[in-house]
Design a binder for this molecule. Structure first.
Ligand SMILES: Cc1cc2nc3c(=O)[nH]c(=O)nc-3n(C[C@H](O)[C@H](O)[C@H](O)COP(=O)(O)O)c2cc1C
Length: 150
């Protein structure tokens, strides 16, 4: 097993940590990471599945010995997870919540890039799933969210 993955050209391995019948839902079994590393895999092993916040990121890296993490759904529900996690790993706490202006500026920049990449029609339609993550916790946001969805 040792060196096998490298010799056939695989440079890194991401492990989904869920069973096929779970799809992208439910608990992920992170213990697979250590089992794979213990089997002698020498390439980076990346943990994916059910990482929800910066605590999970640290836990995956420190307790489960993942070389890196890959974040799926939480990137949509909490787009700040990357910044928060990096900060948490370095400082042991999380930065202050972004201001309303920072949130809306980044949301609009993301929307602009989505339209540039996919065209305005598809870009705007697909972007609906991102509003709640960016605008979460903003005061009186529910009425604006309705307008954005039209
Ligand atoms: C909107 C969305 C799009 C995805 N697209 C892909 C894809 O194109 N290829 C892929 O291998 N996995 C894709 N996945 C699965 C994710 O990479 C990931 O394995 C899965 O979401 C579990 O991680 P999570 O619990 O952090 O969300 C997608 C997941 C989501 C939510």
């Amino acid at each position: 097993m040792q060196g096998f993955s490298k010799s056939i050209g695989i440079q890194a391995l991401t492990v989904h940590c869920r069973l096929r019948n779970q799809g992208n839902k439910g608990e992920a079994d992170w213990s697979w990471i250590k089992k794979i590393k213990d089997a002698g895999v020498q390439i980076p092993v990346i943990l994916n599945g059910n990482i929800k916040d910066h605590f999970d990121v640290k836990n995956a890296l420190v307790e489960y010995e993942a070389d890196a993490v890959m974040i799926g759904q939480a990137a949509i529900t909490n787009p700040w997870i990357f910044e928060q996690s990096k900060y948490f790993l370095k400082n042991g706490n999380v930065p202050e919540e972004p201001t309303v202006k920072q949130k809306t500026d980044i949301c609009l920049e993301h929307l602009r890039l989505a339209c540039e990449l996919k065209g305005e029609d598809l870009g705007v339609r697909e972007f609906r799933k991102h509003y709640s993550g960016y605008l979460r916790n903003l005061k009186d946001i529910s009425k604006f969210r309705l307008e954005l969805m039209v």
